[in-house]
Design a protein around this ligand. Sequence first.
Ligand SMILES: C/C=C/C(=O)SCCNC(=O)CCNC(=O)[C@H](O)C(C)(C)COP(=O)(O)OP(=O)(O)OC[C@H]1O[C@@H](n2cnc3c(N)ncnc32)[C@H](O)[C@@H]1OP(=O)(O)O
Ligand SMILES: NC(=O)C1=CN([C@@H]2O[C@H](COP(=O)(O)OP(=O)(O)OC[C@H]3O[C@@H](n4cnc5c(N)ncnc54)[C@H](OP(=O)(O)O)[C@@H]3O)[C@@H](O)[C@H]2O)C=CC1
Length: 445
Amino acid sequence: MKDILDAIQSPESTSADFANIKLPESYRAVTVHKDETEMFTGLASRDKDPRKSLHLDDVPLPELGPGEALVAVMASSVNYNSVWTSIFEPVSTFGFLERYGRLSELTKRHDLPYHIIGSDLAGVVLRTGPGVNSWKPGDEVVAHCLSVELESSDGHNDTMLDPEQRIWGFETNFGGLAEIALVKSNQLMPKPDHLSWEEAAAPGLVNSTAYRQLVSRNGAGMKQGDNVLIWGASGGLGSYATQFALAGGANPICVVSSPEKADICRSMGAEAVIDRNAEGYRFWKDEQTQDPKEWKRFGSKIRELTGGEDIDIVFEHPGRETFGASVYVTRKGGTITTCASTSGYMHQYDNRYLWMSLKRIIGSHFANYREAWEANRLIAKGKIHPTLSKVYSLEDTGQAAYDVHRNLHQGKVGVLALAPEEGLGVRDPEMRAKHIDAINRFRNV
Ligand SMILES: C/C=C/C(=O)SCCNC(=O)CCNC(=O)[C@H](O)C(C)(C)COP(=O)(O)OP(=O)(O)OC[C@H]1O[C@@H](n2cnc3c(N)ncnc32)[C@H](O)[C@@H]1OP(=O)(O)O
Ligand SMILES: NC(=O)C1=CN([C@@H]2O[C@H](COP(=O)(O)OP(=O)(O)OC[C@H]3O[C@@H](n4cnc5c(N)ncnc54)[C@H](OP(=O)(O)O)[C@@H]3O)[C@@H](O)[C@H]2O)C=CC1
């Protein structure tokens, strides 16, 4: 591993140098164990502790297949999907690996008694498999997390519609929270030159998801002037949705749960911010019954902030807790676009407000190849910035996931893999200097 790191850190290294490095037989990786999937049985979700289920193991290097690449991971980030994996909810991810393993001889490699998690990385290509021509050892890359087989025509127009669509490091093995990762080469994209490894690894999954969900015609197709209600506006997804709304000339109405988070949204440029804690909304009277009066109180607050206008697009992900309110506050003909259900996936809403007012609910999931590329391009051009707040070591990934699970974090939480310290990997300091305030906005808040 030392040879790999030395090569990455030496400005003289050539592609041939990387190609000649002898790869280690094993590497360190963050895993969950198949024989522990029942360890939290009987506990409430909130009490399931990722620090107990996430392990740092030495794992054997997987065999490299056609169309694939082995990447030395300098840094990764924690996504909520890793929280789901670590608490074995809503399903154990070993079921995904078993199903993938049944597909072919090659995919069998993924069906193991341990799952290496992580759906983001920034690092350097070490080896490419047969059929890979666009990438070579030594290339500095980030990887998006869309894994598709593309053997069915269903996904040929929109790669998210492939019947064998999977999220790398969640529904496949050999993810990014590790010193080495295995990806399909089509997941690779150029690392933005002005960012450090950990900054470059932070946006990938959430930035691409927010891009499809909000900006792309496959999602809400946001336009200038739209009022966009963004739940969790300083969180992983929300911190990118807020940036997309502002950069696209829309009007974000940011919902957060503390004055500090409200300040971050304002410092990004948002003017309309709602602190849901301070307002004390109780959309549910009890486990089964919602309170439309509270939806209305929320809607009135939005009208107060917008000068009487309602919401064109809701950027939804909390799910059960907020969905009824989201449908209610959307304007006639408006759109609720959802990519998750953090607080519960059995939603309830009053359908009269949907059909009578011709509203639409759009399901959105990650991003297709092209959308992921376009979202990364915006990062590389300095139009959208990473929202990295805190960085952990690979050893402390359990704590990092715990922070995200307990909503103790801001923006994105990074993890250093091979990178010995923060701040390395910047190749364009001039461009970085231009954007340094925005890049650091979420740091240590
Ligand atoms: C990028 C980051 C993203 C995120 O963070 S997202 C948040 C994290 N992700 C999650 O929480 C999602 C976790 N995934 C799940 O919970 C499950 O993954 C799903 C509920 C999405 C799917 O459940 P399943 O049981 O895996 O799939 P089925 O499609 O329901 O298949 C089960 C069997 O049902 C059959 N079936 C499917 N549709 C139909 C139909 N319309 N009519 C009849 N049968 C159907 C199938 O074929 C199959 O059958 P057979 O078991 O024999 O293979
Ligand atoms: N389908 C897809 O492609 C993707 C789905 N996801 C899913 O989206 C969800 C959010 O991910 P991410 O943004 O990274 O997570 P984060 O935890 O970083 O951010 C979510 C934010 O939502 C807010 N929130 C949480 N619970 C509630 C609630 N009950 N009511 C209102 N607001 C709430 C919190 O903000 P505050 O407390 O300030 O209000 C929180 O910071 C997860 O379930 C994740 O799995 C994520 C990425 C891609």
